[in-house]
Ligand binder design. Structure first.
Ligand SMILES: [Zn+2]
Length: 142
């Protein structure tokens, strides 16, 4: 029960910051500079973000492309209530990936610091690894 509470708190904390951010969307996507920015585009449809999701899902052993924002959020919420390594890692990776894309977007805007999807995936997996058990962490090796 404590694990669920901590995981829910972790996901909620990350997602709470995200929802504040969504209120500021409306200009062109800074990751691809080709489409108007929206939560759906920025976090899932953008080729940059899509590449990150593909790599993260691959590390988790999930062989599919990412679904849209609302469906992935629904899956993450469902997974965060389940026990088991894959469910736990999925929920943690979901929250950390959305947060990393948001931070990267802000870094591009405010400090012109650019990273590749591969660099962000390594950072995401490192942060998740630091927050989970050694057993779970070993499943995140690329
Ligand atoms: Zn884009």
């Amino acid at each position: 029960m404590e694990r669920h509470k901590n995981l829910d708190h972790f996901v909620s904390r990350r997602m709470g910051k995200l929802f504040i951010f969504i209120l500021t969307l409306g200009t062109k996507c800074v990751l691809c500079s080709s489409v108007a920015e929206s939560a759906e585009h920025l976090f899932f449809d953008c080729s940059f973000s899509s590449d990150i999701w593909q790599k993260i899902l691959g590390v988790l052993g999930i062989r599919r492309s990412s679904f849209g924002f609302s469906q992935e959020l629904s899956i993450a919420a469902h997974q965060s209530r389940k026990t088991g390594a894959t469910a736990t890692l999925y929920a943690m990776c979901f929250a950390e990936t959305v947060y990393a894309i948001w931070l990267h977007r802000n870094l591009l805007i405010f400090s012109k610091t650019n990273k590749t999807p591969t660099q962000l995936v390594k950072e995401i997996l490192f942060k998740v690894s630091c927050r989970c058990s050694e057993e779970l962490s070993s499943r995140l090796l690329m």
